[in-house]
Design a protein around this ligand. Structure first.
Ligand code: 5GP
Length: 192
């Protein structure tokens, strides 16, 4: 069966478990292209250049914005993050679908330039559970945790414009739902 590659955006509040979910998804659907974003944020312990992110200075990030190298970029929690066009095109050139793990502003911006993008929002089972997971991660200081929690509320609102919502209450089930969604888009008959 011929498969049509699609662009999928996975968004959700910090601490909802997007990273784990997308890592599991990659195991289950190895053909998926996962891009590496650029950011001006400083690396956390264990993060690797070119694997976790491309860690850029403000100047270098700005230079690339000016040069038109980004499919989208946004200010998230006080730092800049962006998807490089070269990252997406690399996989599309190989006929592979691409999953972007980016914030809601980025997702909505992409849809303006690529209307066939599928926007998926990952929801926490509850606000309390989100706070528990975010604190339990222990990678952010108190001020950062508070900023991320207050941003979560506006992200949930913006998600009204997303195509699909998946509650991450059970990792295996949520990954299955995402894998089925990707499969259904890739195998759907073209409407043209
Ligand atoms: P973190 O600092 O925890 O790695 O990521 C913070 C937020 O930035 C997450 O919500 C993540 O989805 C978002 N993010 C990561 N990469 C990108 C990107 O390329 N573009 C946009 N718009 N957001 C991103």
């Amino acid at each position: 069966m011929t498969r049509t590659p699609h662009l999928f955006v996975v968004s959700g509040p910090s601490g909802v478990g997007k990273g784990t979910l997308v890592a599991e998804l990659r195991q289950r659907v190895p053909s998926l292209g996962l891009t590496v974003s650029a950011t001006t944020r400083t690396p956390r312990a264990g993060e690797k250049e070119g694997v976790s992110y491309y860690f850029l200075s403000e100047e270098e990030f700005e230079r690339r914005v000016e040069a038109g190298e980004f499919l989208e970029w946004a200010n998230v929690h006080g730092n800049r993050y962006g998807t490089l066009l070269s990252e997406v095109d690399r996989f599309f050139g190989e006929g592979r679908s691409v999953v972007l793990e980016i914030d809601v502003q980025g997702g909505l911006n992409i849809r303006r330039v690529r209307p066939d993008t599928v926007l998926v929002f990952i929801e926490p089972p509850s606000a309390e559970e989100l706070e528990r997971r975010l604190r339990g991660r222990g990678t952010e200081d108190e001020q950062t945790v508070r900023l991320r929690l207050s941003n979560a509320a506006s992200e949930l609102e913006a998600a009204a414009d997303y195509d699909v919502r998946i509650v991450n209450d059970d990792l295996v089930r949520a990954v299955g739902e995402l894998a089925d969604l990707i499969d259904s888009y890739e195998t759907k008959e073209r409407s043209l």
